[in-house]
Design a protein around this ligand. Sequence first.
Ligand code: NAP
Length: 261
Amino acid sequence: MEHKLYGILGHPISGSLSPIIQNIVLERLGAKYIPFDVKPDDFDTAVAGLKVLSDGFNVTIPYKRTILRHIDELFGFARDIKVVNTVRVKAGRLEGFNTDVTALISLLKERGLKMAGLSCLIVGAGGAARAAVAALKELGCNDYGIFNRTPQNTKELIGVIREGGSSAEEVLPNVDVHKWNILVNATPMGMYDDDSILMKIQNAGHFSLVIDFAYKRGSTRLANEAGDAISGLDLLIEQAAQSIKIWTGLDPDRRAMRGGI
Ligand code: NAP
């Protein structure tokens, strides 16, 4: 019997919940989703292997931009922000998508939230931060503050946001957060109880919405303390469901996926 193969490439990968939630759906379809912990030196070889062996795969830290050199065609928001988390293998070609962006848009729309006139404080300046900006801008947000550990990365993201026609400024620690309506944590802080920097700048109860990309079983401290939150688990499940739709055409049951963790 022939099994379809899917997977996720990252380093490290041991903490990822993706294999659990993906396999709840994919194993029922006779497929298998496997985590691949790939060191940077082996990345190109691993992608070449999956191009032949798999029908698609996810990429996660630190490869969401590295994968671009292998992609034959970018679609949707992946084309806009040059960050890919989902690859479809089709007729020997690699197609790149970004379901982190589309997942956040779906979850914001489900809540009926309009972003026009609101301002957003983003912690982080990597792939998740870019995904958050793309999603929030799609819903009308045009005012961003960026708080990040490495100033050079902050500057780069501010440049990208301004090029897109929105306003953006650097935010420093211990700033008064009352100016901002929405808080996004687009760093791993909170996943491993290392959220001290995050806690320095945030007062979660103040924000009308907190979006936390960090996830763990149960809930992060940030999502817990927020009045209204889109949690990292909400995002993880939605982006996984949308990846499955890209690969198989099926729109999976999110509740069944959540039930597995
Ligand atoms: P990335 O491109 O590598 O960027 C990581 C960002 O986090 C950078 O801004 C980095 O700051 C910052 N950072 C990393 N470790 C930190 C620390 N210990 N203290 C302070 N800042 C730190 O990664 P990414 O793709 O943006 O992902 C960020 C997080 O979101 C990851 O934990 C990832 O698992 C999570 N994520 C979750 C979902 C979901 O579905 N829930 C989707 C996408 C991403 P520097 O600029 O200083 O390096």
